[in-house]
Design a protein. Structure first.
Length: 88
């Protein structure tokens, strides 16, 4: 498991192409994906319920992280845990 706070967390996000500048575009894409996933009348491929919950939580946290010119960065600890699921 890896974890970062403040400027280091911001640096890690930017290395993953998640920056304050591109965040509004990413948020718009996530919002559209969530809308499609919750629209039961469409036959479009959709996210699972757990994926929607995860995406909503991630973007809610990132919205706060980037708000007020990043003044909330120190309120967060960004953690990344890699897991591999083997399908049998």
């Amino acid at each position: 498991m890896y974890s970062w706070t403040g400027d280091k967390a911001l640096q890690e996000l930017e290395e993953a192409n998640i920056s304050k500048q591109c965040f509004p575009i990413l948020l718009e894409c996530a919002t559209k994906a969530i809308k499609v996933a919750t629209d039961l009348e469409t036959d479009a491929p959709r996210l699972s319920g757990m994926s929607v919950i995860t995406l909503e939580g991630l973007f809610l946290s990132l919205s706060y992280f980037f708000s007020k010119n990043g003044s909330h960065m120190l309120d967060y600890q960004l953690a990344l845990q890699r897991s591999v699921r083997k399908h049998e």
